[in-house]
Design a protein around this ligand. Structure first.
Ligand code: NAP
Length: 328
């Protein structure tokens, strides 16, 4: 497939590197308002708007700030191109609905780069939970205690603002982990949250906690932060009537069930450095997302993170913001 990158910043480099290892996938150009080239491939032809691209292509990778994903998706769909959009799908429900409608009307595939869903241990947990094999889950506690310094927020005018980031660690850095959480456990029926801005000069939160109640009674907790120095691996602790398991980033690191074998793939190492940086240097998960996207576009099947499923994750995050009883 031939791709155009919309956005030439940090994550654009990950796509350049991911595609180097994917025969049959090719970046044929990029779009930047300012004409800024992708650092990892400065020779890639560049246009200042998508409508002006004059080389043939099949798909667009939307890699602009969160608040611009919707308009990028709509522009690509109007050209009849398949769309792989960076996470999150969007930061408002209206914007996400417009994007979904545009892709459906154009008959193009829309996939979202929630690449952690492709990790083998996450897939095993999803399958076991769907089968009910682990018993009744009564507690699921996610700790996404990351760190970003002020220089990170100062590296882009929009970073740390509601308009284009759409929120702090809940919407931006921890949305991968919250996506997995929602993929595993679905939507809660009640949310209470507290958050604040503690260690950065930014508009959005940089630390917060949410308490979630599910219709089956499960009590969940989610802590998301970019203030917790030096930045820790994400940790998910899940407890059921039968036992418990712990995940560290995308790997099962503890397994306490006697009647269900541990599905952990011990040879799987995930080196995502999201705990301390926005750069994604391990491109293997993006390679899997690209392969999955291409399969969906070519066969008309659903990608692993389709638009509706990714919309639900943004909605959960928006509900966490709405459920805030206190903000400092
Ligand atoms: N999947 C992951 O693990 C992962 C990791 C990091 C980031 N991301 C996502 O990738 C997307 C891009 O993040 P990034 O870190 O690559 O951002 P970035 O480095 O700031 O790059 C943003 C790009 O968007 C373009 N842009 C267009 N309109 C803009 C505007 N009004 N303000 C600012 N930039 C604008 C910029 O180029 P011009 O200004 O020249 O047009 C730039 O090339 C975000 O949605 C982020 O959540 C995903």
């Amino acid at each position: 497939m031939k791709y155009i990158l919309l956005g030439t910043g940090n994550i654009a480099n990950t796509y350049v590197r991911a595609m180097e290892a994917l025969p049959g996938s090719e970046l044929v150009g990029c779009v930047s308002r300012s004409g800024k080239r992708v650092q990892a491939d400065p020779a890639l032809p560049c246009w200042t708007e998508l409508d002006a691209v004059s080389t043939p292509f099949d798909a667009v990778i939307v890699a602009t700030p969160n608040g611009l994903h919707g308009e990028g998706i709509v522009a690509a769909a109007r050209l009849g191109k398949h769309v792989l959009v960076e996470k999150p799908l969007g930061i408002t429900v209206a914007d996400m609905d417009r994007a979904l409608e545009a892709c459906e009307a154009a008959g193009v595939t829309l996939a979202v780069a929630y690449q952690r869903r492709t990790a083998p241990d996450n897939q095993s947990i999803k399958a076991l939970l769907e089968k009910g094999a682990l018993g009744r889950v009564f507690a699921a506690d996610l700790s996404a205690k990351f760190y970003r310094d002020q220089a990170y927020y100062d590296s882009g005018d929009y970073r740390g603002g509601y308009l284009l980031d759409g929120g702090g660690p809940f919407m931006q850095q921890a949305c991968h982990n919250i996506d997995l959480y929602r993929w595993f456990f679905g939507m809660p029926i009640q949310i209470v949250s507290m958050m604040g801005t503690f260690t950065h000069a930014i508009e959005v939160e940089d630390h917060g906690a949410a308490l979630l109640r599910y219709s089956n009674g499960m009590i969940g907790t989610i802590i998301a932060s970019t203030s917790t120095k030096p930045g820790f691996a994400a940790r998910l602790e899940v407890h059921t009537g039968k036992g418990s398991f712990v995940m560290t980033d995308d790997a099962i690191t503890q397994w306490h069930f006697t009647d269900v074998p541990n599905p952990a793939q011990s040879d799987f190492h995930y080196t995502h450095d999201g705990a301390t940086s926005a750069a994604v240097t391990d491109t293997s998960a993006h390679q899997r997302i690209l392969r999955d996207f291409e399969h969906a576009a070519q066969t008309g099947s659903q990608p692993i993170a389709d638009g509706h499923s990714a919309k639900a994750t943004s909605e959960l995050i928006l509900n966490i913001y709405q459920g805030a009883v206190d903000r400092v």
